[in-house]
Design a binder for this molecule. Structure first.
Ligand code: 13P
Length: 609
C-alpha cells in the first residue's frame, strides 16, 4: 500500500543559456524562467510511488493490488481508471543532475483493507500513514494472521510505523548516510539483522551481500524511482524464493536497464542478472555462514550413516523415509533464526519439500545458505589401518553442477583415529597420514574456490578410544599446523574458508573424562595457537558427544573469548538425534520431532555470544 503519484520530468536545456552562473559556478535558472516557454525540451510524466511497486511486482509475475485503488497493469501499461494520482512531483533535470519539487505536506494515506486475505502486505515508500491508519493496519493483521508484513522505513515514517515492527517479516531500510538515519536504524539493525534489506543510492544489500548500482537513465536514477524499483524487485525476488544474490542482482538490473514507464519482466531480469559478472564474493558468503547467534546444521550424513541410524530404530532405509527425515529439519518453523546454512547430502539436494520446491531452493527462499558434502567417504591407505578421504576424481565437474543447483559451500571430512602406546606415545595418526589427508583437503579447498564455492575443511580427531585431553590437544594441534601449511601452499584464500573441527577432549573410553571447563579451556588454547587469524571462522562437529555434553562444552569454549574469528556449531548428531528418536519413522510424530529439534537449536544458539 502507498500513494499513487504523478512524476513530471522537466528536462531543462542548459544550452539555451537560460541560466545565470554565480561566483561558485553554480547555475541558477534565469530569473525570467517561464515554464510555459521552451526552456525545457521534454516533459515526461509517469506514475510513481505505489504504482512503481505494483508494476515491478506484477512484471515479476506476482498478483498485486494497491490498497484502495483500481490501478492495474494491462499489456505492460499502467492503467489508472480513477485517475487516482493526487500528488504531483516535479523532477527538474539539467546537466545530468536532478532536483525535486515535492509537496511540502504529503497526502496522508488511508488504509483500505483488502477484500480478500492477502499473502503479503507491503507498506511502500510512498505511504504516508498517520497513527490512525497504523492502528487500522494492526487490526487487519490481527484478523489476518497468515498475512506477512513488509515495511519500507525511512526517517520520515519510522516513528509512526513502530507499532507494526513486531509483526514485520522484512524491513527495507533506506540509508542516506545521515546521522538521523544512523540513529533510527541502529536498534533495528541490532535486533533484526536478518530481516533487513538495505537500499541506498549506490548500493542494495542484505546482511553481508551487496550489489553496487549505477543507473544510466537519469529518470530512474532520481532517488524517488531508484528506491521504489530496487526495493520492490528485491522483495519480489525474496517472495519468489530467489537467492539473496540473485534478488539483489535483479534489482540492480531493473534500475540499470529499465525505462521508467516500463520496468523489466521477470525472465528478462533473470537472464540479464545471470550474465552479470559474479560479484558475489566468496569471502562474503563465508561471513554470512558465520553471522552471530547462529550455527550451521550438518544434515549431510551419507547413505551408509543414515542406514545405520535408521536400522537402530527399525526404520526402513527408503528414499521416501530419507526425504521425510530431512524434511523434519528443513521445515521446522523459524529454522532461519538459528542457522545460517545447512549442509546437504547429494541425494537430499535433489529431493523436494512438501510444497513441491526442491530442498535447495526451499532453504534459499528462507535465506538459509545451502551447502553440500562433496567427499565420498573413507578408504584404507594401502597396507595400513589408517584412512584417507576419497572424492577428488571428477570433483571439479561435480562442484560446477552443485553451483548451478544453487549450492554455495561445501564440506570435506578427513578422519583421524588416535591410538596411543603404553608409554603414552602417539601411534596414530602417523605423520604421513596427516600429510596426505591435509594435502587432499587443500586440493579440495582450492577446487571449491575455483568453482565459486566456499570450502569447509573438516579434519576430525575421532572422539573414541583411549587418549587423554592432552593427547587430543597435541594431535589436533599437529593436524591443524599441517593443514594450514598445505592450504597456504595451495594458495587457498583463508578468508573464504571455514574450519570444522573437533572439540579438544579425552577419548570416550579414557579413564578420566574431561569436564566442560577443561574442554572449553583446552579447545580455546589449541585454536588460538594453531589457527591463523585470517581464517573466516571455526565451527565444531559434535562427534558423538551426548546432546547435552556438546552444548555444555560449546558454552565453555565460548567463555574463552575473544577469538579472532567467529566460533559456532555445525552439529549433526547433537542437533538431530532427539528428533530422529521422536520421529522414529512415523510421520504422525512430526510435530514432536520438530519440537525436539527446535529445543536443540535454541539451547545451542543461546550459548553463543
Ligand atoms: P556430528 O556433529 O554428528 O559429529 O557431525 C558433524 C559432521 O558434519 C561430521 O562430518
Amino acid at each position: 500500500m502507498g500513494n499513487i503519484l504523478k512524476d513530471v520530468y522537466l528536462n531543462l536545456d542548459s544550452s539555451k543559456n537560460q541560466f545565470e552562473v554565480d561566483k561558485n559556478d553554480t547555475k541558477w535558472l534565469d530569473f525570467n524562467f517561464n515554464a510555459g516557454s521552451n526552456y525545457y525540451f521534454s516533459r515526461n510524466s509517469s506514475l510513481g510511488g505505489a504504482a512503481v511497486s505494483l508494476e515491478v511486482l506484477e512484471k515479476m509475475g506476482l498478483e498485486t493490488k494497491v490498497a484502495g485503488s483500481n490501478l492495474k497493469l494491462s499489456n505492460g501499461e499502467l492503467i489508472d481508471p480513477d485517475n487516482s494520482a493526487e500528488i504531483y512531483r516535479y523532477i527538474l533535470i539539467s546537466d545530468s543532475k536532478a532536483s525535486y519539487l515535492v509537496p511540502s505536506k504529503e497526502k496522508t494515506t488511508d488504509f483500505v483493507p483488502p477484500a480478500e486475505s492477502v499473502d503479503y502486505l507491503y507498506i511502500d515508500r510512498s505511504a504516508n500513514l498517520d497513527l490512525n491508519a497504523v492502528k487500522k493496519i494492526e487490526t487487519y493483521l490481527e484478523l489476518s494472521e497468515k498475512t506477512k508484513l513488509i515495511l519500507y522505513l525511512n526517517t520520515s515514517n519510522i516513528y509512526n510505523l513502530k507499532p507494526l515492527f513486531p509483526r514485520a517479516e522484512l524491513f527495507v531500510l533506506e540509508e542516506n548516510g545521515t546521522e538521523s538515519e544512523k540513529t533510527y536504524a541502529l536498534e533495528l539493525k541490532q535486533t533484526h539483522p536478518s530481516r533487513i534489506i538495505k537500499v541506498s543510492e549506490s548500493k542494495f544489500s542484505y546482511q553481508n551481500i551487496s550489489e553496487n548500482i549505477s543507473p544510466t537513465r537519469i529518470d530512474i536514477s532520481t532517488h524517488l524511482s531508484l528506491y521504489s524499483i530496487g526495493a520492490a524487485t528485491i522483495i519480489g525476488g525474496f517472495i519468489l524464493g530467489n537467492s539473496v544474490e540473485e534478488s539483489l542482482k535483479m534489482a540492480r538490473v531493473n534500475v540499470e536497464n529499465s525505462k521508467l514507464d516500463a520496468v523489466m519482466e521477470l525472465l528478462e531480469l533473470k537472464d540479464v542478472a545471470s550474465n552479470l559478472e559474479p560479484t558475489e564474493n566468496l569471502e562474503l558468503i563465508a561471513a554470512n555462514l558465520l553471522l552471530p547467534k547462529k550455527g550451521i546444521l550438518a544434515a549431510d550424513e551419507s547413505g551408509g550413516s543414515i542406514k545405520k541410524k535408521f536400522a537402530k530404530l527399525n526404520i526402513p532405509d527408503t528414499y521416501d523415509n530419507r526425504r521425510d527425515y530431512r524434511n523434519i529439519f528443513f521445515t521446522t518453523e523459524g529454522l532461519e533464526q538459528y542457522v545460517n546454512g545447512v549442509i546437504l547430502f547429494d541425494e537430499t539436494a535433489r529431493q523436494f519439500a512438501d510444497n513441491g520446491q526442491n530442498f535447495v531452493d526451499y532453504l534459499t527462499s528462507k535465506r538459509i545458505i545451502p551447502g553440500i558434502k562433496v567427499d565420498q567417504g573413507l578408504e584404507l591407505f594401502p597396507d595400513s589401518l589408517e584412512k584417507y578421504t576419497k572424492g577428488l576424481d571428477g570433483l571439479s565437474e561435480r562442484l560446477h553442477e552443485y553451483y548451478n543447483l544453487g549450492l554455495r559451500f561445501a564440506k570435506w571430512r578427513a578422519a583421524f583415529e588416535v591410538h596411543v602406546s603404553d608409554s603414552d606415545k602417539v601411534l596414530t595418526p602417523t605423520e604421513s597420514a596427516i600429510e596426505e589427508n591435509c594435502r587432499i583437503l587443500s586440493e579440495y579447498a582450492k577446487e571449491c574456490q575455483a568453482a565459486n564455492i566456499v570450502p569447509i575443511v573438516e579434519p576430525e580427531v575421532v572422539y573414541d578410544s583411549y587418549y587423554s585431553i592432552e593427547k587430543s590437544a597435541e594431535v589436533t594441534g599437529n593436524i591443524l599446523d599441517c593443514l594450514f601449511e598445505k592450504l597456504r601452499e595451495a594458495n587457498v584464500n583463508l578468508k573464504a574458508c571455514i574450519l570444522k573441527v573437533n572439540m579438544i577432549l579425552a577419548g570416550k573410553q579414557f579413564r578420566v573424562q574431561s569436564t566442560p571447563e577443561e574442554v572449553g579451556q583446552k579447545t580455546a588454547e589449541v585454536l588460538k595457537a594453531h589457527v591463523p587469524e585470517d581464517l573466516a571462522g571455526v565451527v565444531f562437529l559434535s562427534g558423538g558427544q551426548t546432546v547435552e555434553q556438546a552444548t555444555e562444552n560449546l558454552a565453555e569454549v565460548e567463555k574463552n573469548r575473544p577469538f579472532p574469528w567467529p566460533v559456532t556449531f555445525s552439529f549433526a548428531r547433537a542437533l538431530q538425534d532427539p528428533a530422529l528418536y521422536a520421529w522414529a519413522g512415523d510421520n504422525t510424530n512430526y510435530d514432536a520431532a520438530r519440537e525436539a529439534f527446535k529445543a536443540r537449536l535454541i539451547a545451542n544458539t543461546e550459548v553463543l555470544p
